[in-house]
Design a protein around this ligand. Structure first.
Ligand SMILES: *Cc1c(COP(=O)(O)O)cnc(C)c1O
Length: 379
């Protein structure tokens, strides 16, 4: 079967160089060979996170990382404020509830971002041990202004634990964990980090370590055990790690560093702008406001009578995978992921498929208009 072009909210495309790095025998994890690769990956992750904190690695998708954070940080009946602007914000709250945490919600209509003023108002009403917040809400294509939100939080509460889901943002936009005083930030390998799914990465601040007990409820996800592994002269993990994925992730991070983080961020912005312009040229409207639309994924309103599932399957027939909306947005939007290993060539391929699908669906479009727009926007 031919490879398809994934322009989805994850998993995303993996560069050939990363695939090759993975295609070798496992390196034993209690050896210097592995320790060097693991250390090299960790140093680069710290750079991407913008932190001096330990970044812990677990074999999991992003949700596993979110659950690990909750299991280590909170106890039943701890009070937590969960800020939700979509599917992933809701998921974080549900995880905490499952652990018996006393969760209050600050929820927004899907398609909108969270406001720092609302967060502050809620923090003034009740004392919370932690706040859960999504950086980039992949379900709606909306990015929260995490810098302003963190700054506002710290103005009213200097010891609340700020826990950020940066699963779809880290590596594509700045996250600046230390500068924003974020206590725990979670990301995963399969979005902007250009690696297959299976690794979750979690940074933990000094403030957070103080509240992590020596015996968290979970054995496998014990942050202290993971930290001990990182403190060894030859770092390792408490249990057998996902060795091949770590080798791959290290390679992908090397590619990011070679390109330069600032250049990577700029590339994401330019690709997002070109995507939006191309969609507009075809007459589509974006789901999110321009001011908080995501540089990593674009959500598009389905015009009246537009059959999203037919559209997606026509696009898929051209070898391009896009996604629809989740929950009540099903049938109402479709989403184009443009994070990680993304470039002009991929974008052109995607829009070629989109145009073909539209023609097949009977839309009267000027053929090649979106490709021309991309060509003009991305120089
Ligand atoms: C993808 C994603 C997750 C985690 O999903 P997994 O499928 O478990 O990796 C969490 N939050 C956001 C914002 C995401 O985009």
């Amino acid at each position: 079967m031919a490879n398809k072009l994934l322009m989805t909210p994850g998993p995303t495309m993996v560069p050939e160089r990363v695939l090759k790095a993975m295609a070798r025998q496992p390196i034993h994890h209690r050896t210097r060979d592995f320790g060097e690769i693991f250390n090299s990956m960790n140093v680069k992750l710290q750079e991407i996170f913008g932190t001096k904190n330990y970044v812990l690695t677990f074999p999991a998708s992003g949700t596993g990382g979110m659950e690990a954070a909750v299991a280590n940080l909170f106890r039943p009946s701890d009070k937590v404020l969960a800020v939700s602007i979509g599917v992933f914000g809701d998921r974080f709250a549900q995880i905490a509830k499952r652990f018996g945490v006393d969760v209050d919600m600050l929820s927004y209509e899907w398609g909108r971002s969270a406001s720092p003023e609302d967060v502050v108002a809620r923090l003034k009403e009740r004392k919370y041990k932690g706040i859960l917040i999504t950086h980039n809400e992949t379900s709606t294509g909306v990015i929260n202004d995490i810098k302003s939100i963190c700054k506002s939080i710290r103005e009213v509460d200097s010891d609340i634990l700020i826990v950020v889901d940066a699963v779809s943002s880290a590596g594509g936009v700045p996250v600046d964990v230390d500068a924003n005083d974020i206590d725990v930030m979670i990301t995963a390998s399969q979005k902007a980090l250009m690696t297959p799914p299976g690794l979750a990465f979690i940074s933990v601040s000094e403030r957070a370590w103080k509240s992590i007990e020596t015996d968290p409820v979970s054995y496998y996800w014990d942050f202290n055990a993971a930290k001990k592994g990182l403190q060894k002269s030859i770092p390792d993990t408490p249990y057998t790690p996902a060795i091949s994925l770590i080798v791959a992730q290290n390679e992908a991070l090397s590619m990011i560093m070679e390109e330069g983080l600032e250049n990577v961020f700029l590339r994401h912005q330019k690709i997002a702008a070109a995507t939006q312009a191309a969609l507009n040229s075809l007459g589509f409207e974006l789901f999110a406001d321009k001011s908080d639309s995501s540089p990593l994924i674009t959500a598009v309103k389905a015009p009246d009578g537009f059959d999203v599932s037919r559209f997606l399957s026509l696009v898929d027939r051209q070898g391009v995978v896009l996604t629809g909306g989740q929950q009540h947005l099903k049938g109402k939007i479709f989403r184009i992921g443009h994070m990680g290993y993304i470039n002009k060539e991929f974008l052109l391929r995607a829009f070629e498929a989109i145009e073909m699908a539209m023609v097949e669906m009977g839309f009267n479009i000027e053929k090649g208009i979106s490709l021309k727009t991309i060509d003009e926007t991305l120089v």
